[in-house]
Ligand binder design. Sequence first.
Ligand SMILES: [Zn+2]
Length: 144
Amino acid sequence: MTKPAAVCFSLACGHAAEAPATTCPRCGKPMRSARQVAVLGAISLVIGLLLAGGMAAIAWRLAPGMLNPGVPGADGSRFTGTAAQGRQALVLFASVAAVGVFSALGGAWQLATGRRSRALLVLMLLALAVLALNVWWTFQLFPS
Ligand SMILES: [Zn+2]
């Protein structure tokens, strides 16, 4: 499979041209070169892995204490919230990690195929929407 020379990054279009082009022949938006697509894919992959890995590491460290606040054996002494708040914080970490996973998958797909996966992009946007909801809900649970 040969990689296209230029790819339209418009969400609605996604047209791939065999020859280099500066503007999309279908929708008129700027085209990205194969090299730009690869670089953007690599950035998306690295950021996604950092997000997912970082959140997993934080959740792994904090989960015992946050799920069992005030239980000394479970190391809950440093967490001052309720168990419900602890669960919500973990859900928040999980939704950040989900954004990271879809970002990494989309980046890997882009590196492998030279095109942007619209399905993975939509999944990542959905994960972002879920994350936004969770941020809002977390602020409700943690009154300042
Ligand atoms: Zn286009």
